[in-house]
Design a protein around this ligand. Structure first.
Ligand SMILES: Nc1nc2c(ncn2[C@@H]2O[C@H](COP(=O)(O)OP(=O)(O)OP(=O)(O)O)[C@@H](O)[C@H]2O)c(=O)[nH]1
Ligand SMILES: [Mg+2]
Length: 488
């Protein structure tokens, strides 16, 4: 996410390295580079201007000049200003009122409305314990109804069998009535898109909104983050025409430059409520401006990482594994489960970026795909093993090796290599467990929680005031096995 911008910022901050204190002359060059970086990321020029002035004012302010490390202070100021222009705090849809709360999902063609409608229903059901009804109201592209229903079925979500010959406003009303009858908490209405902002679309959507205005609907516009300032202009038009209550940035997993995320709130006044980060239903995140600012500045985002880990990792499984490890048992099956857990967190790059200081290192490393390919190769080999072999790799001798190689479409050598690697891993695990049993004080990872990264020596010296660091993540998952703690 926003790799280019991160890199340019990192370069800009180098201007302040080794400087005694912040002064007008030494921040000049840094500010200039920050300005260029933002403009290149397609951030609205007015936003850039205000941002730069804001940073400059603060940096030259009295309380800062007394500080010790100008680079660190400057980054902190830039961080806070970035968060500020993006809206400071996360805002979700307002569900604290009598339901069913209608959520109208609008936006141009192909921006990700239908996908988001599905994602939001899953998020509200899983995280907020809400009962949701999905209502397809796209009468422009009839296949959209099937698309939404297929998603609904895949998640075991209730959906409304809309009559597409009706006007979308009547579908919306009928959907809300059905939701009421079914005692739903939320009703999500997926609408049609058009290629451009045009009078027909706006007229139709306005009618839909007006017809349910007494229900005080949330109106969320989905915008493709890749489209940069165009997304900002579209949001402006939609907001003027029908009044939005929130924006969803989609396709944040792609190489979006950041212009939309950094400008849209400031230009329209409408908060970004969610970000969509992939094609799967689980790929939805709440929009936290401070955390995103942290990610942009390579400060990592430990809080989100821990939250993701808590979701992806089965605590019971982790505890069982821990118990077996304590007894010195580590099997191929355990290894396979670990790989699956990590996969559940996202791509390797996206995970590493959340660790403070890793963003820069990642850029130097370049492509991570060889490591990911290696994991995939190991996975197919494991898939060709029998349960017995996974529980005790020592039974894997010549004929079994041949069978596994043939079954996985790899070579005998690849299978032998895997076994050799696994033997090494087994040894390492054994060694680690010995150390832990010996009660090594301060062993990173055994405490769990965000503090785990604090134990990483040299990960990012200097960032003591890491935003989010030290904040407690959500309640669950107090007891952590090795996978909940400093696994990375
Ligand atoms: N990579 C990625 N793809 C996405 C994301 N959200 C949606 N897509 C893809 O974008 C395409 C369009 O998504 P839809 O949800 O159908 O978009 P829409 O706005 O409903 O489109 P219309 O109904 O035709 O206006 C699909 O192929 C989705 O899988 C995302 O966050 N990341
Ligand atoms: Mg759609």
């Amino acid at each position: 996410m926003f790799d280019n911008l991160s890199e340019k910022f990192a370069d800009a901050f180098k201007n302040l390295q080794g400087k005694g204190k912040i002064s007008e002359s030494n921040i000049e060059a840094a500010l200039k580079e920050v300005r260029t970086a933002l403009l290149e990321a397609d951030v609205n020029f007015k936003v850039v201007k205000e941002f730069i002035n804001g940073v400059k004012e603060e940096a030259l302010g009295e309380k800062v000049i007394k500080g010790v490390n100008p680079e660190e202070q400057f980054i902190k100021i830039v961080h806070d200003k970035l968060a500020e222009i993006m809206g400071q705090e996360n805002q979700e849809v307002d569900l604290e009122r009598p339901g069913p709360v209608p959520v109208l999902v609008v936006g141009l063609n192909g921006q990700g409305k239908t996908t988001f409608s599905g994602k939001l229903s899953l998020h509200l059901k899983k995280k907020k314990n809400k009962n949701v009804l999905l209502v397809p109201a796209d009468t422009f592209r009839p296949a959209a109804k099937d698309q939404l229903i297929t998603l609904a079925k895949s998640m075991d979500m209730d959906w409304f069998d809309s009559d597409l010959s009706m006007h979308p406003k009547d579908i919306a009303k009928a959907g809300i009535e059905a939701a009421k009858a079914q005692h739903k908490d939320v009703v999500i209405i997926d609408t049609a898109g058009r290629l451009h902002v045009d009078d027909e679309l706006m007229g139709q959507l306005k009618e839909v909104k007006e017809s349910i205005a007494d229900k005080n609907p949330e109106v969320l516009m989905v915008a493709d983050a890749m489209t940069g300032q165009e997304a900002v202009n579209v949001a402006k038009s939609f907001h003027e025409a029908m009044g939005l209550t929130g924006i969803v940035l989609s396709k944040m997993d792609s190489d979006a430059r950041g212009g939309a995320a950094l400008s849209i709130r400031h230009v329209t006044g409408v908060p970004i409520k969610y970000i969509s980060t992939g094609e799967k239903m689980k790929d939805l995140e709440l929009f936290h401006p401070d955390r995103l600012a942290g990610r942009i500045l390579d400060m990592g985002d430990v809080v989100s990482l821990v939250e993701k880990a808590e979701e992806a990792i089965d605590q019971n499984e982790a505890e069982n594994m821990m118990k077996r490890l304590e007894k010195g048992q580590f099997t191929v099956e355990d290894f396979m489960k670990q790989m699956d857990m990590i996969k559940g967190l996202g791509s390797m790059g996206s995970i590493l970026k959340m660790i403070p200081g890793m963003g820069g290192a990642l850029r130097e490393m370049g492509d991570l795909s060889p490591a990911e390919d290696e994991m995939k190769r190991m996975r197919v080999i494991i898939d060709s093993m029998t349960k017995q072999e996974r529980q005790n790799y020592k039974v894997i001798k010549e004929s079994r090796i041949k069978r596994i190689a043939a079954g996985s479409g790899s070579t005998v050598k690849a299978v032998e290599d895997f076994i050799a690697k696994f033997r090494q891993m087994e040894k390492m695990m054994g060694g680690m467990m010995q150390m832990m049993k010996g009660g090594m004080p301060g062993m990173p990872g055994m405490g769990g929680g965000p503090g785990m990264m604090g134990g990483m020596p040299g990960a990012n010296p200097g960032f003591r005031n890491q935003p989010g660091m030290g904040k407690k993540p959500k309640k669950k998952g107090k007891k952590k096995g090795p996978w909940g703690g400093g696994f990375f």
